[in-house]
Design a protein around this ligand. Structure first.
Ligand code: 6PG
Length: 243
């Protein structure tokens, strides 16, 4: 598989979510593999996508063949308002017929360093390898206003090349501990879907897409699958400053 990058721009966030939901249906239906491994992003952008997966595709997506993982998680209990798992569980998993064993959450309630090791081991036990690195069939990523993705923040670019599968990071403003996939695993995925909507992301998108010098400080700039497809799904607001 060669690597490729694509940009798709839609008028509104709802249309971005609709397109991505259709792609998830298409790819999972077409996949000949017994399991399809998707790593989810947290934050608010994916909420529309999760709602559409329930409303439009609840009875057609082969849930029993999809294993859900996370690209990152806040180090909080699973019932905490800040938990990425809690959000996905409330909007999506509690509404569809998916085996509980298919949901592989990062246990935010555990000691962060121990959980980074445990989750890395759980990934290694379940995923295929490419060049000795676990391969996700799809990783969905968001973009922070500071240019972070997953929980790799500016100033933590060492986590892009880090040899480990997962690492502990810290939110630069709140100090909140996170467990995150490293860039090594993210860039080994077969498909990376960046979902970016809203005018508040337009500056960082323009820096990245225009290959500005400033982009080289942004973790999201270094997301580039070695042997996979990268698609940026954006709305017009987020892409408004691309030259
Ligand atoms: C997280 C996410 C993070 C998120 C971006 C964008 O745990 O917060 O994984 O990387 O995708 O911060 O967040 P919004 O979608 O809320 O803008």
């Amino acid at each position: 598989m060669t690597s490729s990058t694509e940009v798709q721009i839609y008028s509104k966030p709802g249309k971005v979510a609709k397109r991505v939901a259709k792609q998830i249906l298409k790819l999972t239906e077409e996949s000949a593999q017994p399991q399809f491994d998707i790593a989810l992003s947290g934050g608010s952008t994916p909420k529309k996508l999760f709602k559409l997966l329930v409303e439009k595709h609840k009875d057609s997506i082969p849930w029993e063949r999809i294993r859900f993982w996370w690209g990152d998680e806040r180090c909080v209990p699973p019932d905490d308002e800040k938990s990425n798992f809690k959000m996905a569980n409330e909007i999506l998993f509690s509404k569809v017929d998916i085996p509980q064993n298919n949901i592989h959450r990062i246990k935010g309630e555990n000691n962060p360093e121990e959980e980074a090791i445990r989750y890395s081991e759980e990934i290694a036990e379940n995923l295929n390898l490419r060049h000795g690195i676990p391969v996700f069939d799809m990783i969905i990523l968001g973009l922070g206003e500071d240019g972070h993705t997953a929980s790799i923040f500016p100033g933590q670019l060492d986590l892009i090349e880090d040899e480990r599968t997962c690492a502990v990071s810290e939110h630069p403003l709140t100090g909140q501990k996170r467990v995150t996939l490293t860039g090594k695993v993210i860039n080994n995925a077969s498909r990376i879907f960046f979902l970016v909507t809203g005018a508040n992301k337009a500056l960082r998108i323009s820096e990245i897409m225009n290959d500005d010098e400033a982009a080289k400080l942004l973790p999201a700039y270094f997301i580039s699958p070695e042997n996979g497809q990268l698609i940026w799904y954006m709305d017009e607001a987020a892409s408004s400053q691309i030259e």
